[in-house]
Design a binder for this molecule. Structure first.
Ligand SMILES: Cc1ncc(COP(=O)(O)O)c(C=O)c1O
Length: 321
């Protein structure tokens, strides 16, 4: 129904797989697709479950760069340069965890064209689909990809704040004739785990059909909006930090000043912050980046807590200057 409302044609309940969260469906969909040595293009920074699940299912991860100086947008030419005879799929995470980037139509169309030309499967992880801020617009990949096999992943964990329910879905769309064998493999693997959590599934219709409280949370004055603004303000005031404005999801991917480079990397920073200042952040390189000067923070705590956190970050960095 959600896909039909978005104007994605040809999708029926037969093309929808329900899983114990998107996490399980990422694993299932890669297991159904990959033969040993097949390659999958995954963004860097990534949501690391994607890279891990490719490797666990016998595949090889090729990271395409979504670099800071390009606003964390994928570079279509860079993605194309990684494609070879073994490439099977392109993973796109939009809105993005950890960068908060929301991809524009030109970028998405460029990726869809690559998938069409090279007959690659598109795997669109859109679990943050309604978490966008200011004038950012979320464009579902499947609306652009009628001539490629496209898998859209979403669920109850983020937009509906019910991660403990363990409900996610994966919807096949586009060139379904080419996906028959793939869908059949998904059916077999889904049957192997018998079913996904049933009580959680009862919440899906109410969540998707009911009042969309997320809209108020991400609008100016809303709880998530205000927390994100507090992060943007504090990074702006900092002598040590810079960041792209997160336009979606619930994270900011923050860069440490170059003066720390070579002597205080992201792992050391995160550990010291935790042990000495009792603040938990995720080191940037845990999202499979080649650089070590970023960290990820969530924009979930209230503004008061965020201010305390940034006071402590400043104190920690001050001690290293
Ligand atoms: C991009 C992305 N995909 C998937 C997931 C996993 O979601 P689920 O709780 O549905 O397994 C997360 C959770 O952090 C995520 O950030």
């Amino acid at each position: 129904m959600q896909q039909q409302n978005r104007g994605i044609s040809g999708v029926t309940a037969d093309e929808v797989f329900i899983g114990n969260g998107v996490s399980e469906l990422i694993d299932l969909s890669l297991r159904a697709l990959l033969n040993p040595g097949d390659e999958v293009l995954v963004p860097s920074p990534d949501y690391p479950l994607w890279s891990a699940a490719v490797a666990l299912n016998g595949g090889v991860v090729r990271h395409y760069s979504c670099s800071t100086d390009k606003g964390f947008l994928p570079d279509v030419a860079d993605i194309e340069s990684l494609i070879n005879g073994k490439t099977k799929a392109i993973v796109v995470i939009n809105p993005n965890n950890p960068s908060g980037a929301v991809y524009d139509e030109k970028t998405l169309t460029g990726i869809v064209e690559l998938a069409e030309r090279h007959k690659l499967v598109l795997m669109a992880d859109e679990i943050y689909d309604q978490m966008v801020y200011d004038d950012a617009e979320f464009i579902p990949m499947a609306t652009l990809a009628s001539n490629a096999v496209c898998l859209t992943f979403s669920g109850l964990s983020k937009v509906y704040r019910a991660c403990g329910y363990r409900v996610g879905w994966c919807v096949f769309s586009g060139e379904l004739d080419r996906a028959e064998e793939y869908i059949h493999s998904m059916e077999l693997l889904s049957a192997l785990r018998l079913c996904s959590n049933v009580p959680g599934q009862w919440a899906v219709q109410t969540a998707l059909g009911g009042f969309q409280s997320i809209r108020e949370l991400v609008a100016p004055g809303g709880r998530l909006y205000q927390s994100r603004q507090a992060v943007i303000d504090r990074v702006g005031e900092s002598r040590f930090l810079t960041a792209q404005r997160p336009m979606g999801a619930m994270y900011a991917f923050i860069r440490l000043d170059p003066r720390f480079s070579g002597r205080f990397d992201d792992q050391a920073f995160a550990l010291e912050l935790l042990e000495s200042h009792h603040v938990l952040v995720a080191p940037g390189s845990s999202f499979n980046t080649p650089y070590t000067d970023h960290f990820r923070i969530t924009t979930l705590p209230d503004t008061e807590t965020i201010n305390i956190v940034f006071d402590r970050i400043e104190t920690c960095l001050e001690q290293h200057t």
